[in-house]
Design a protein around this ligand. Structure first.
Ligand code: TYM
Length: 358
């Protein structure tokens, strides 16, 4: 069985997700999201939200425990703001809390971290040591290295497994973490001789890897210090035009086509257009075939982004001004996710031998 599935672009096709699926994903609360988060993940979350079938369960979370893996001094008020902004962003992007549960990981944190412990007892150190995100983020100085950052992928597996998640929509950079999740599900089932945890499938959008605007050989990343490398979904039209104008391209030719190896900058811009318009690359190439200079291409790309983000931008102002609505969304999300997590953890403890029904 395929463990990774790419979702169709066209809005009318049904999604390859079964009726009894539990769809789960999370995002870290690191402020407003950028185009990579949006096109790689949140737009897919919305697509799934909009096509939800009656027996499917959808849970989208703000991974606020994960936000602590790189500790920062005097961070608590910033974290508080970031958490609120993250919820407002999800709502602004069109996730409907009447359809999908939206929660804060820390509110159901006891369940996630308890399962994290059980999985930690099964997770091989060598496997975690090979994780590319660990290799990228670790400082190399063992006196400063933290267990939380190293063990983070096991908590991510627990996030998914506590809800018995079957389908996880994420961008390309999460693929290794999803492989670990499948590995730990198998290990648990084999260890306790049960068929309890499903093997969670990775769901990708067509734009699973959006590159940095200033350095298209790297992914667009919130941890970059270069403000020109990313566009936030709430950026003003002027800021979007400026960033696209300065985006790195090439001087290969004045016709524009998709070739990520030879022309990574141009291809990234076309990828962004394709993601927003939900058009195939062939269609996008056809649309830009009459443009013959970078100025026109960049204006075209800016127009597409500005127009697509306009509703998100105005929704965002509306939601951040309505704190009591945000609180009600969170309370409702807490109650429904807590119910599932509680039931599953009770079953898991029974399987492990930690129940008192002697
Ligand atoms: P985070 O917060 O870094 O990113 C959130 C989502 O955005 C996707 N993404 C991208 N997609 C395409 N191009 C890019 N340049 C790009 N940058 C980010 C990510 O793949 C992700 O889907 N570890 C996770 C949060 C997490 C989680 C989970 C996810 C915690 N527990 C359980 C799924 C299931 C993270 O840090 O995502």
């Amino acid at each position: 069985m395929e463990s990774c599935v790419e979702l169709p672009m066209d809005k009318t096709s049904p999604l390859p997700i079964p009726d009894d699926a539990v769809i789960f994903s999370m995002i870290q609360p690191t402020g407003v999201i950028h185009l990579g988060n949006f096109l790689g993940a949140i737009n897919t979350w919305k697509q799934i939200n909009d096509k939800k079938r009656p027996d499917q369960k959808i849970i989208y979370g703000i991974a606020d425990l994960h936000a602590l893996t790189i500790p920062k001094k005097d961070y608590s008020s910033q974290l508080k703001t970031n958490r609120m902004e993250a919820i407002a962003t999800l709502l602004s992007c069109g996730i409907n809390p009447q359809v999908s549960t939206i929660n804060f990981q820390s509110m159901v944190g006891g369940y996630h971290t308890e399962l994290f412990w059980y999985l930690s007892c099964l997770a091989p150190l060598g496997y975690l040591n090979r994780m590319t995100q660990w290799k990228d983020k670790k400082s190399g100085d063992q006196t400063k290295e933290r267990l939380g950052l190293f063990a983070y992928p096991v908590l991510q597996a627990a996030d998914i497994m506590i809800y018995k998640g079957t389908h996880v929509p994420v961008g390309d950079d999460q693929s290794q973490h999803l492989e670990l999740t499948r590995y730990l599900s198998e290990r648990f089932n084999a260890m306790y001789n049960v068929d309890y945890f499903p093997s969670a499938k990775t769901l990708y959008s067509k734009s699973k890897k959006i590159a940095s605007l200033s350095n298209p050989s790297k992914k667009m990343s919130k941890s970059s210090e270069d403000r020109l490398s990313m566009i936030y979904v709430t950026d003003s039209p002027e800021s979007i035009r400026e960033k696209i104008k300065k985006a790195k391209t090439d001087s290969i030719s004045d016709t524009f086509y998709f070739d990520p190896v030879e022309r990574p900058g141009v291809s990234n811009l076309l990828e962004i257009v394709s993601g927003f318009q939900q058009k195939t690359m062939k269609e996008v190439e056809k649309d830009v075939s009459q443009l013959h200079d970078y100025r026109s291409l960049k204006e075209y790309v800016s127009d597409v982004i500005i127009e697509s983000l306009a509703p998100i931008r105005s929704n965002y102002t509306k939601y951040t001004n309505d704190k009591s609505y945000l609180e009600s969304v969170i309370q409702q999300g807490y109650e429904s996710s807590q119910e599932i997590a509680h039931k599953n953890l009770t079953d898991i403890k029974k399987i492990i031998g930690l129940s008192n029904d002697f």
